[in-house]
Design a protein around this ligand. Structure first.
Ligand code: BGC
Length: 326
């Protein structure tokens, strides 16, 4: 039973690749080859993960609008050398622009410098690499979003109790900034809330399930679990259900994957912080085009977040999409 549940989760969250092992080294969702002098922009996420699907939707839709060829290249795992290799392969093909969700800051500095030297415009979306030569960062202001997540959690747990944090990789500045904001808010506003654990689940749903089970064992008084990455709510929700603790331990965190939204509807997830993923993808194309036109870009572009609870879970998506009504 436990195995079956995990298998269906893996297929849902990992797009099947984790289970079957994709034959290719990279995931590619792109269309056919570029025509003539058509510009080619490539999206490179941290790795294969359903979180990036709406990002690429926005990227593809904007590319279609502006007559650019969109491509998608994802490493199989969230590992810095793999992301570097994917970017190196893209550089070798002399594309025009690359939009990267950075798994690491320092680790990507050389390859981003190499791309810039080759005349390729590079920006980051979703996760910045502040030390790199990327022209801008398009996405969530992560420290502030982590702070907002803690403010909401404090209300839900009445300002006291033990909290555990799960994070998908400890190297990315976007996730570390979220954690920093989360921690700062608790210190400032709820000294009776204690962070008793911060665990790395490497962006993997199966590891999230295991880590949650271990947390429940190690911390019998745990009041809440907060996820700073997209796979936490689906993974922890599955573990809480298996242990008969759904709704008894507060679960909340980043992103609006379908299983997280289902969890909000059923009560196993209390709230989530939805990032504007479609907008990140869309703006990535527009900013790469501006860079190609010689325009200078701001250091960062805030796409904003939205807190989703039972009250707006069925309406927020339509509201967000209005901005891009065609
Ligand atoms: C983050 C991404 C990350 C994803 C999956 C999201 O919250 O913004 O950077 O890749 O979670 O872990």
């Amino acid at each position: 039973m436990k195995k079956l549940l995990l298998l269906s989760l893996l297929t849902a969250v990992g797009g099947g690749c984790l289970l079957t092992g994709c034959s290719k080294k990279e995931e590619d969702k792109s269309g056919g080859p570029a025509k003539g002098k058509e510009k080619v922009f490539v999206m490179v996420p941290k790795g294969v993960h359903p979180y990036y699907e709406p990002c690429y939707e926005g990227f593809k839709d904007a590319a279609a609008k502006y007559g650019v060829k969109a491509e998608y290249r994802a490493a199989k795992a969230f590992e810095v050398p793999q992301e570097v290799e994917v970017i190196e392969n893209v550089i070798a093909r002399h594309v025009d622009g690359i939009a990267i969700s950075a798994l690491d800051d320092q680790g990507l500095v050389p390859v981003i410098a190499e791309a810039s030297k080759a005349g390729i415009k590079v920006i980051t979306f979703d996760a910045p690499a502040p030390s790199s030569a990327a022209l801008t960062y398009i996405g969530t202001m992560n420290e502030a979003a982590g702070y907002a997540g803690a403010e909401q959690l404090i209300k839900v747990i009445n300002g006291e109790g033990e909290v555990a944090v799960l994070q998908g990789g400890l190297g990315a500045p976007n996730l570390n900034d979220r954690y920093k904001g989360f921690e700062r808010c608790l210190k400032e506003k709820a000294p009776n809330v204690k962070i008793v654990a911060r665990e790395d689940e490497q962006g993997k749903i199966d590891m999230t399930v295991n880590k949650t089970e271990a947390l429940l064992q190690a911390h019998p008084n745990l009041k809440a679990i907060f996820g700073v990455s997209a796979e936490v709510c689906p993974g922890a929700a599955a573990a809480l259900k298996q242990q008969g603790k759904a709704g008894k331990i507060v679960l909340a965190g980043f992103d609006d994957l379908p299983d997280t939204l289902a969890g909000i509807r059923s009560g196993v997830v209390n709230f989530c912080i939805a990032q504007r993923t479609y907008k990140m993808g869309w703006l990535s194309v527009e900013k790469l085009l501006e860079a190609m036109d010689g325009k200078s870009l701001p250091k960062e572009i805030d796409t904003g977040v939205l807190i989703i609870t039972k009250d707006n879970v069925d309406t927020y998506m339509q509201d967000m999409k209005k901005e891009f009504a065609k």
